[in-house]
Write a protein that binds this ligand. Structure first.
Ligand SMILES: [Zn+2]
Length: 433
């Protein structure tokens, strides 16, 4: 496809009008302020009229639980512990692998609709979830959720062999669209032995870790009681966990020493502003992380605590809430929020050639319709993207050069079927509770 005379968000999060962007073989093959030579242009295929449109890198969701889409609107207005124990756990205990598959299909449809091409997903029934993502044409870093209470080696847990098989069969599948991550759910749902064993497996490979970290005040307090005063960050650091690439979701309750550790190791912090606000968990110290130049990316988290995969909402919140929370209107800039949703998210997934609109990068792109009243005037459209625009302005989403959403249609997903399956399955589970 050749995007012709279109406004773009470039690699510095600056908006540039009148650009030509050519996509070939899954990559961005041409970016220029003049059309490519006619003999080259013809090799890009369809010409896309850029009038009234803005082309930007697609979004990367750094923390999700896709099958929890089935729980959308099911667990509302409850304190976290009751939300988890009275609602989420009983519901999830009834979920089958097929339920997880369909929840993932619907999540993929929703993400594609909002310009998201890739997500880091922590859940169960991983093989079906990988299949759903490949069929939908998206990308994902998938991990099988680990809950380990017994004092025994990781090898004696069935998930160990399961993870070996997942890495063997799925890591790098779909020309790299699927990656397998290892999971340690959290400090409170794992043992020291298991953490050390997983670290031994991941160290020296191209695999990564995806964990929950310091989400609530209670989690940090109880960790300090269990581990001689250590916070979850200090505890994991003591085990050497941050010696490998880690995406740590939440990171709401951090001390100065915690921040030092995460900064020193280049840990990717997946900020989930909507989820953290909805569950009353607090605000991660994002402005301080930005000041330190840390890797901050954005996640939707599960649909029981958000309730949408519209990452534009989370980007908006990240750019806005810290201004109010810290009484500093310069706390997080829109450009920083955009970088979190795009390039930082891609890097958190080990996708170095994704997340930027530049020649040679993978063609993960989305097009926004900027003709609506909320987009005018636009002395610098970058502010409209974050503060006035929305995921619902997305009219085209492309993943590795393939269109996965365009003008209300999903060429790779049967959305009506996915909606019907999910509605039926949620009704079945609720009737069983
Ligand atoms: Zn989570």
């Amino acid at each position: 496809m050749l995007f012709a005379d279109i406004t773009v968000l470039d690699e510095n999060c600056t908006v540039r009008p009148h650009r030509w962007v050519g996509v070939r073989d899954g990559r961005i093959a041409y970016v220029g302020d003049v059309p490519p030579a006619p003999d080259q242009a013809v090799t890009f295929g369809e010409t896309y009229d850029g009038a009234g449109k803005l082309l930007m890198p697609a979004l990367y969701n750094a923390h999700a639980h896709a099958p929890m889409t089935l729980l959308r609107g099911f667990a509302e207005n409850l304190p976290l512990q009751r939300w988890l124990e009275e609602k989420c756990f009983p519901f999830e205990a009834k979920m089958t692998a097929e339920d997880c598959y369909w929840g993932t299909v619907l999540a993929c449809a929703e993400m594609a609709r909002y310009g998201v091409v890739s997500f880091s997903d922590m859940y169960y029934a991983t093989e079906g979830r990988c299949r759903a993502v490949l069929e939908a044409g998206l990308k994902a870093n998938m991990c099988e959720g680990l809950v380990a209470f017994e004092e025994k080696p990781y090898a004696e847990y069935p998930i160990c062999a399961q993870m070996e098989a997942l890495v063997r069969d799925w890591h790098g599948a779909g020309e790299g669209r699927i990656r397998i991550d290892y999971n340690i759910h959290s400090e409170y749902l794992s043992t020291e032995t298991v953490c050390r064993d997983i670290l031994d497996i991941v160290r020296g490979t191209d695999l990564r870790l995806h964990i929950h970290l310091s989400e609530t005040e209670k989690e940090v307090r109880e960790c300090r009681e269990r581990h001689e005063g250590l916070s979850p960050v200090e505890y994991f650091d003591g085990l050497g966990l941050f010696d490998v690439p880690v995406t740590a979701a939440h990171c709401v309750w951090l001390s100065e020493s915690d921040l030092d550790i995460l900064e020193r190791h280049g840990v990717f912090v997946a900020n989930n502003p909507a989820s953290n606000m909805k569950l009353g968990s607090g605000f991660a110290p994002i402005p301080e992380m930005m000041r330190r130049g840390m890797n901050v990316c954005l996640g939707s988290d599960g649909m029981a605590s958000n309730n949408n995969h519209n990452l534009f909402h989370d980007m908006y919140l990240q750019a806005l809430v810290y201004k109010g929370a810290t009484l500093d209107p310069t706390a997080v800039t829109p450009q920083q929020a955009l970088a979190s949703a795009t390039r930082a998210g891609a890097l958190s997934q080990g996708r170095a050639d994704c997340g930027m609109l530049a020649e040679g990068m993978r063609a993960d792109l989305c097009v926004l319709d900027t003709t609506g009243p909320q987009w005018c005037p636009a002395p610098d459209p970058v502010y409209n993207i974050v503060y006035a625009g929305d995921g619902s302005d997305v009219v085209l989403t492309m993943c590795d050069g393939e269109v996965i959403y365009r003008d209300g249609e999903w060429p790779t997903i049967d959305v009506e079927r996915a909606k019907a399956e999910c509605a039926t399955r949620t009704a079945r589970i609720i009737s069983e509770l």
